[in-house]
Ligand binder design. Sequence first.
Ligand SMILES: *Cc1c(COP(=O)(O)O)cnc(C)c1O
Length: 379
Amino acid sequence: MNKKIWLSSPHMGGTEQNYVKEAFDTNWVAPLGPNVNGFEHDLETYLNQNVFIGALSSGTAAIHLGLIILGVKAGDEVICQSMTFSASANPIKYQGATPVFIDSESETWNMCPKALEAAIIDCIAKGKKPKAIIAVHLYGMPFNAATILAVANKYQIPVVEDSAEALGSKYKGQKCGTLGDIGVLSFNGNKIITTSGGGALVAKTKKIKDKAVFFATQSRDNAPHYQHSEIGYNYRMSNIVAGIGRGQMEVLDEHIALRRAMHDFYANYFKDIKGVTVLTEPNTDYFSNHWLSAILVNPEQTDGKTREDLRLALDAANIESRPLWKPMHLQPIFANDPYYGGTISESLFQNGLCLPSGSNLTREDRDRIKAALDAFFKG
Ligand SMILES: *Cc1c(COP(=O)(O)O)cnc(C)c1O
């Protein structure tokens, strides 16, 4: 059997182990140390927007702490993009709050500004103004920030910007992660850079970063003994993991260029295939890192061939592909939570497929993908 082509697999640059070795050599094997400070500094420099980074154990932890810092408590309502990974929404439940899910718009597949405003108006009419909005840059594609942030601003609701998939993406030249009140990054195993597992909270002030780190290290008060006046969490990033991150930062822009080249490969291939569209920036305001390349298959224009047929055909050729995120309002665990919008995210889920997108795919891999696509669409 030929080797498996993965959707998105870790891609080391080569210097990661030097940073990890240094951590061992100096015995900084702890959830603090020079690599943690260095990785935070690297990210701050990269995002280039006067932000303060708190390195954490995961992106999910960053969303959770973001909600805590914004004062989300039991019984509150928090707006969340429906079309996303469950990690965007789960922290709302950790706080005992209620998620209010919002449909997508077809241009970016991200939060629909119209449905967002309708939800806010309805929540306010019911006497419950939402405490926060969690908007997501899906697959690296920035959400319509000008409009979403204008709506948030109009109603004075803070935005948690879930940029877990969008490190290096830009909206109107500004890096994703720095657009909202609180930004979220992830370095999980399949993200654009990985530390094996990890995340970060992007804060606009040092005070907020310090608060996040305080919560992330068990909320220890300033005292010689262990003194606590608030509930704490064990969410800080380890110095070993941060060493991997430092090495990955050296190759981030190179990896973005390679992911974008994969997107161009698909865009070029599918321009001749009727009924298939590739998720692409709507205009020059948007710059996607194209973490994952994703397509929509319209069976009415492909002689009835569906995205599931394609997924199975690729799987038979030992090529991994995956349906888009199943919207949260269709998930059994969130079935009783409110939802605003129509059926856009549902139909994206129905017809959408993510294709192999890794920065480490070879020319040979591309040839195999092309051959499998040819056999499916032209065979
Ligand atoms: C990966 C991801 C997260 C969670 O990040 P972890 O580091 O895996 O906890 C959150 N939101 C989105 C959209 C993601 O893709």
